[in-house]
Design a binder for this molecule. Structure first.
Ligand code: ACK
Length: 941
């Protein structure tokens, strides 16, 4: 793989050629397997000199030195002979050199340099005598860095630098390398040229050949494996050769032909086997002639699914049944409840319950048949799995007290359930008018043990239930608690006691406190941006019970945080199909997730690269802990995590169109303004949800928005908040996405919802310009300077004036003057409702009155009907519910949330999801319809 070019080995012809300044310095055969053969060095009109020195082991080595530091305008070239690339697509050049610090050279003026340049030239001709300098392409300017070792150069001690550069070489059979000195004092000690391969490997009974890595640093080369002897394909075996020479994501594989069995490895369940190199099986060997009537071998592929404090174990039959059919299984240990039974099982599944919460168990399944010895299966007839149970859901809340009862309001309070079984994340209060029963109810969520319920009808009996939620899920609802609102506008003294009495009479006297809040009640911001002060404290005060995001870094144990907010998924439920990209921590794949009792869904799978540190694992999983706290149609949905086996993975919903910036670039100019505004609306709706939860994103940019097949945009990438916290100044400024970040966040790390608003303005610009890079190729420093001097991005082509104005508002220098996300959402909704008047005029157009006249108005009558829509998505059972609640037009659906649905009686989560997913689609196509009508009615000028 590597070719060592020790310059001492390069000798031939030196003396003979030296005078005419164009000599060959010799040849070195450097070809090991996978190596490149590096030939000779050729010095053209040479200022470089060949000098012998001693290396650290006192062995003479050859160096090339140049040191014309006193003379201006130096350009001294030294090149290698032709190097065949041997099929490599990207080569690596490791240069060891010393470089004199100009300050250490007495009397040098401004002519002295401390760098040299590395070039390459691709060619099919292995004997080019003369190559023009201008034919060489620059790989890089090389400077000495800090990491050096000391070496003797002549009689001086010098610092030895090692630098590696790489370059794509794909166009010719080979290449030449060249070193250009521009006036430095350098000694080249050695040059190694190498390329990387993924080594010959066998996975899942398929052989993958030694494969060169791809041309780009992110290339993944897809390689098809061939089945080992005596095996046949089960599913096309494939792997990807990554740029670092590692094999990634084995898919498919082979199975032994009848009469043969795997040898040389443990058989594990498929997913582990796919990703664990240590346990691969190497070949198929002929099975022994069958001897009937032997005990069976061990059951295979034991998998477990933990559900709170119970677990389902499933396995498959042993490879060898011992020639008998009377196989029976037993499970261990005892003292727990097995269903259908612990031993003598005929089926390959058992459910174990009544386990302790948070406890590690090892379960063993043994196989026996009529000729098995003893009472229990022996080790070779058994298979084990170790798992940890989760916590149980909290016990029901059992007592509620009411106070401050008025005509419309009541304050409820309750106590923590007797057995919380973990940290209570929130309480949910469900209430309804008694005579309506549960046909129509409302839900409130709160993190505390009290709730102010408002908006009730006077003199009406209400029924309340409360339940608590921990990481294990919701507990049971409390028994009903009833009370009646009164006719007085102010609370009556003594009302609380009455209510408590009422509760006691109903629920048997256990005390419970309820605090409800206004998760689904949006606070109405006042009209002016200046009043929209992004003051979270004020926000929390207005909405005292709004659910607040919990920073996973406040947990000492990262696994506790992730399991608090994310579901652990058994790796066997995931089927990886292909690699779709490279993320910060490893590759991103797509594949299928099949959870018990649910239909299979397509998912994206982010995995954590092997060899990670604890900090990397923690950082990686923190994204899941954050994402798992959100539930909104414009926020990427977390399906779960795999933390108990390797690789560690985060599973999210799959977004067919990938990231927004790439998507828009691919479809440049293909959308209507209304469609683009529809995308922006989705993004701001997600951002409003995040800021309501007091989460500041810090890296909002089109590259971090994902788009699904319905063009619904979802905010993703919840990783940056963690990165910036403890960084040094230098690391901070290199990590921060300058072009998207508000000036106060760049200058003094003031990240607030208002700094997210700034970024949102940049996203608006990216969307309206179809993925153009903000500030084009300006440098980060120039961007900071321009912003500081008051410059702002101009309107993209065909961008309506009002949208550019909104961008400018987001880029107000003083953050309190920027609009809140609620305000932006309202503005976009208004634009969408009245596109004819608002979205007409573009920044680039001259105002032509006839064109700008509102041409729409009442004649654009919608042909959309709630009935057809619900029918189309198979939800027509909710026609009356939605119509009765006023959801009769696409506009009215704009604000529909999960909580709204719950409050009008659409409570099945899958139905809620389906309705929400289709709402955005309905809006987009409705808007498009209006736009088409507008276009038809435009007057040509
Ligand atoms: O632009 P893309 O195709 O969209 O390339 C990147 C790549 O993975 C690295 O982040 C894609 N990606 C990330 N998450 C998802 C997802 N949930 N669904 C589909 N593609 C995704 C992203």
């Amino acid at each position: 793989m590597a070719l060592d070019l020790r310059l001492s080995q390069v000798r031939t012809g030196v003396a003979a050629m030296r005078q005419n300044c164009n000599y060959q310095l010799g040849t070195t055969k450097l070809g090991r397997k996978r190596g490149l053969i590096i030939g000779m060095f050729v010095c053209v009109c040479c200022q470089w000199e060949e000098v012998s020195i001693m290396d650290e082991k006192n062995i003479p080595i050859r160096t090339y030195q140049v040191c014309n530091v006193m003379e201006p305008s130096q350009s001294n070239w030294l090149r290698t002979d032709w190097i065949p690339r041997s099929g490599a697509q990207r080569i690596y050049v490791e240069i060891k050199f010393t470089l004199r610090d100009c300050n250490s050279l007495p009397g040098v003026t401004g002519t002295c340099k401390e760098t040299f340049n590395l070039y390459y030239y691709e060619s099919n001709n292995d004997r080019e005598h003369y190559i023009r300098e201008s034919n060489f392409l620059k790989i890089d300017t090389v400077a000495a860095d800090e990491s050096f070792t000391q070496v003797d150069i002549g009689d001086r001690i010098m610092k030895l630098n090692t630098e590696v550069r790489n370059v794509k070489v794909t166009t010719r059979k080979g290449f030449y390398l060249a070193f250009q000195d521009v006036g430095a004092c350098i000694a080249l000690i050695s040059v190694r040229v190498f390329y990387k391969t993924c080594p010959l490997s066998i996975r899942n009974l398929a052989t993958f050949p030694d494969t060169n890595t791809g041309a780009d640093t992110s290339s993944l080369v897809e390689v098809r494996g061939s089945c080992v002897n005596q095996s046949e394909e089960r599913e096309e075996p494939k792997m990807y050769c990554g740029a670092d020479g590692e094999w990634l994501v084995p898919i498919g594989g082979c199975v032994c032909n009848p009469g043969y069995e795997e040898k040389g490895g443990v058989i594990k369940f498929i997913y582990i086997a796919l990703l664990t190199s240590a346990d691969i099986s190497k070949c198929c060997t002929e099975t022994q002639p069958k001897t009937p009537n032997k005990p069976p071998s061990a059951p295979q592929q034991l998998i477990s699914e933990v559900n709170e404090t119970s677990v389902v174990l499933e396995w498959s039959a042993p490879l060898r049944l011992g020639g008998r059919t009377d196989i029976r299984y037993s499970s261990y240990p005892g003292n727990v409840l097995f269903s259908p039974q612990q031993s003598g099982l005929g089926a390959t599944r058992v459910c174990v319950s009544e386990l302790q919460a948070h406890t590690r168990y090892t379960f063993t399944i043994g196989a026996r048949n009529g000729v098995s010895q003893g009472h229990t299966a022996r080790a070779r007839e058994s298979v084990s799995v170790t798992l940890t149970t989760n916590q149980a859901a909290p016990s029901p809340v059992t007592s509620i007290q009411a106070s401050d009862v008025t005509r419309h309001d009541v304050s409820l309070a309750w106590q923590q359930p007797d057995r919380a079984n973990g940290v209570i994340l929130e309480y949910e209060v469900k209430y309804y008018e008694k005579n309506q029963k549960e046909r129509s109810y409302r839900i409130m969520k709160t993190a505390s043990r009290s709730a102010d319920i408002t908006g009730l009808n006077p003199l009406t009996v209400y029924v309340f239930h409360v339940r608590a939620r921990t990481a294990a899920g919701y507990g049971e609802f409390s028994a009903p608690f009833e009370f009646s609102t009164n006719s007085d506008p102010l609370p009556l003294i003594g009302n609380a006691a009455n209510s408590t009495l009422l509760l006691l009479s109903i629920s048997g006297g256990v005390v419970l406190l309820l605090i409800s809040t206004t998760v689904f009640i949006i606070s109405h911001r006042r009209g002016q941006y200046s009043k929209a002060k992004q003051d979270l404290e004020e926000e929390k005060h207005l909405n005292p019970g709004v659910r607040i995001y919990v920073d996973p870094f406040t947990y000492e144990d990262p696994d506790q945080a992730v399991h608090e907010f994310a579901k652990e998924i058994d790796a066997s439920n995931i089927h990886i199909e292909k690699v779709i990209g490279i993320g910060e921590f490893g590759e991103v794949c797509s594949g299928c997730l099949r959870l018990q009792g649910k239909r299979e869904i397509y998912v994206a799978i982010k995995s954590l690269k092997a060899g990670y540190t604890d900090k990397q694992r923690r950082d990686f999983l923190s994204e899941a802990s954050i994402m798992g706290q959100f539930d909104h149609p414009n926020i990427i949905r977390l399906e779960g995590v795999v933390t108990r086996c390797k690789p560690v993975m985060i599973i999210t919903e799959y977004m067919e169109n990938g990231s927004l910036n790439t998507f828009l670039r691919k479809h440049d100019g293909q959308f209507t303004v209304i469609q683009l505004v529809g995308m922006l609306r989705g993004i701001v709706s997600g951002m409003k949800y995040l800021s309501d939860m007091s989460y500041v994103h810090r890296d909002l940019a089109a590259r971090n928005i994902l788009v699904n097949s319905n063009l619904v945009c979802k905010v993703s990438d919840f990783g940056l908040s963690r990165v910036l916290e403890d960084e040094s100044e230098a690391a901070y400024t290199t990590q921060i996405p300058i072009r998207w970040t508000a000036p106060e966040a760049i200058a003094y790390r003031k990240f607030t919802p208002a700094s997210d608003t700034w970024s949102y303005g940049v996203v608006m610009w990216e969307v309206m310009s179809y993925g153009e890079r903000p500030y084009w190729d300006m440098s980060n420093q120039d961007v900071i300077k321009a912003i500081d001097e008051g410059y702002r991005l101009p309107p993209p082509m065909d961008c309506p004036v009002c949208l550019h104005q909104l961008m400018l508002d987001c880029w107000q220098r003083d953050r309190i003057h920027r609009p809140s996300f609620t305000q932006i959402l309202n503005i976009l909704d208004k634009l969408i409702r009245n596109p004819t008047t608002t979205l007409r005029r573009t920044g680039g157009e001259r105002p032509v009155p006839t064109l700008l006249e509102p041409v729409g108005g009442p004649e654009f009558v919608s042909v959309w009907s709630v009935e057809y829509w619900l029918q189309a998505i198979g939800m027509d059972m909710y026609r009356d519910t939605l119509t009765a609640a006023g959801y009769t037009s696409p506009d009215s659906l704009l604000t529909l949330t999960q909580q709204d649905m719950a409050s009008i009686g659409i409570v099945t989560p899958s139905h809620q999801d389906q309705i929400l997913a289709s709402v955005q689609q309905v809006l987009l196509s409705h808007m498009q319809q209006i736009e088409e009508q507008m276009q038809d009615s435009m007057v040509p000028v």
